[in-house]
Ligand binder design. Structure first.
Ligand code: FAD
Length: 462
């Protein structure tokens, strides 16, 4: 039965859900605080690019948008590590054919809004939600014309990390808001590597460039036009290399000369960019509930904003949409059951990826340069290569399969144990005894895979 669906937030997740819901025949309206990002570059918000992996691809495929979306992307096959002495080393992500896709946030958002409109969704821009009355099913928006009320039947809050829908949803009877954020002591800033001559790529385009430096880290991802978006992650304060020490172009220059010397030639005017560009904060959001009976649910960052170090924020938000769709198939028009099942499936998955994203921060900034970690990665690569149907790394499960995050997290614990045993006393990956490796796989990993009936095959769309 067609229902009237109201979505707050026309970001990536709200726009995808609008497309999916409209394609199922629902009448969909979307309210967005910003101006239309297709008409105003400034209103488009954060300029960063993002990585799409299996769950994001799956969401796009379910909406019939995958092939067109891929045309907006640059494939990324692994990490390109830049060491302090300006050496470089390539670490493939997984097996041959495994890759991530770098895409412009603004480009993808515009594409998804267009798609949702084609599917029949109606967008209202410059409408910031300020209040929700769940009992009377009324939304109050601030607009240029003043406060405007809209009734709703079924509400989805896709209004991002600072969600107003969430704050209203988790307010308890005493009026207190049951949510919290675990802030990281690290902030980020974006810089730009401009395209080379004639739109060429000044460094390897099909890789995530990483400058891991222990307490801090820099990353760069290619855009279609030959440029790279650079993200610099530094402690807020409390160390020599921290944002509060970097207030002048001179101090920024000293930072780059000592920490990222090989990046300087790529970024003319980086000191000025650093001083002028905003400093973003990072954290994992937790809240007491995601749904309210048969009338409201949170999606994407509104439900579970996470730190970006697994590149899964949007991907997990797109997974929310596909899980909701599956719940609709299962429960039909019984929205109370649809929303309750959705929450029971996705909440534990969101918790798992939030925890793993913080772990990945430590891995990316620090451990990728550690010889023991590299040995472990090489042993994993051996297992993936020699036993492609029987072994997949945790990263591979998260980025290339649709195995629920919670199970990937548990599988990761099993792998930790197994790899620690295989690497104990091992001088180099070449000296690994293949028979011992197989025995270990059969002892530790296979029973887990069988118990949970996991398919380790990569999700390949189409
Ligand atoms: P948002 O994109 O925040 O959209 C929310 C929308 O709601 C916005 O349009 C906003 O204007 C609107 N809104 C807000 N309040 C109101 C209101 N009161 N009324 C009406 N509208 C409102 N994820 C990945 O999957 N891969 C990556 O590689 C990746 N890299 C990242 C790198 C960085 C540095 C950061 C910070 C994040 C990264 N993420 C990544 C996470 C990703 O950006 C988010 O998870 C994703 O944008 C969430 O989408 P969303 O639609 O839920 O929220």
């Amino acid at each position: 039965m067609s229902r009237k669906i109201t979505i707050v937030g026309a970001g990536l997740v709200g726009s995808l859900w609008a497309t999916l819901a409209a394609k199922r025949g629902h009448s969909v309206e979307v309210f967005e605080k910003r101006l239309d990002p297709r008409k105003s570059a400034l209103a488009a918000g954060r300029s960063i690019n993002l990585v799409i992996t299996s769950r994001g691809l799956h969401g796009l495929e379910r909406a019939g948008l995958l092939q067109d979306a891929l045309a907006l992307c640059v494939p990324v096959y692994g990490r390109y590590i830049h060491t302090l002495d300006s050496q470089t080393r390539f670490q493939p992500y997984g097996r041959e054919g495994d890759c991530n896709y770098s895409v412009s946030r603004t480009g993808l958002n515009r594409f998804l809004i267009d798609a949702a409109e084609r599917a029949g969704a109606v967008f209202h821009f410059a409408q910031g939600l300020s209040e929700v009355d769940f009992d009377k099913r009324i939304l109050r928006f601030s607009t240029a014309q003043g406060k405007v009320d809209h009734g709703f039947e079924l509400l989805f809050g896709a209004d991002g990390a600072a969600s107003v829908v969430r704050k209203e949803l988790v307010r308890d009877s005493s009026g207190s808001i049951q949510e919290s954020t675990d802030w990281l002591d690290v902030d980020y800033k974006e810089l730009l590597i401009p395209p080379g001559p004639n739109g060429s790529f000044p460094v390897e385009k099909n890789a995530l460039h990483i400058w891991p430096r222990g307490s801090h880290m820099m990353m760069a991802l290619a855009n279609l036009d030959g440029s790279f978006t650079v993200t610099l992650y530094l402690p807020k304060s409390g160390s020599e290399v921290a944002f509060d020490r970097l207030k002048s172009p001179g101090s920024v220059q000293a930072l780059f000369e000592s920490q990222f010397p090989d990046a300087i030639r790529l970024m003319p005017g980086y000191e000025q960019q650093f001083v002028e560009n905003p400093q973003g904060v990072l954290g994992n959001v937790h809240c007491s509930r995601w749904t309210r009976g048969d009338r409201a649910a949170l999606l994407g960052d509104a439900a579970h904003a996470i730190v970006p170090f697994f590149g899964q924020g949007m991907n997990s938000g797109f997974e929310d949409c596909t899980v909701l769709l599956d719940c609709l198939h299962r429960h039909g028009d019984d929205w109370g059951s649809v929303l309750a099942t959705y929450e029971s499936i996705q909440r534990e998955n969101a918790q798992a990826i939030a925890t793993m994203a913080v772990e990945n921060w430590v891995e990316m900034r620090d451990r990728v340069a550690d010889p023991q970690f590299q040995l472990r990665k090489q042993v994993e690569a051996f297992l993936e290569r020699e036993h492609p149907t029987r072994y997949r790394s945790r990263y591979g499960m998260i980025a290339y399969t649709l195995i629920p995050y919670r199970l990937a997290q548990l599988a990761g614990h099993v792998q930790e144990k197994m790899l620690a045993e295989l690497c104990a006393g091992l001088e180099s990956a070449e000296k690994l005894d293949p028979a011992k490796a197989l025995a270990s796989l059969e002892k530790y990993f296979e029973p887990f895979v069988q118990k949970h009936a996991l398919s380790l095959k990569a999700y390949r769309p189409g």
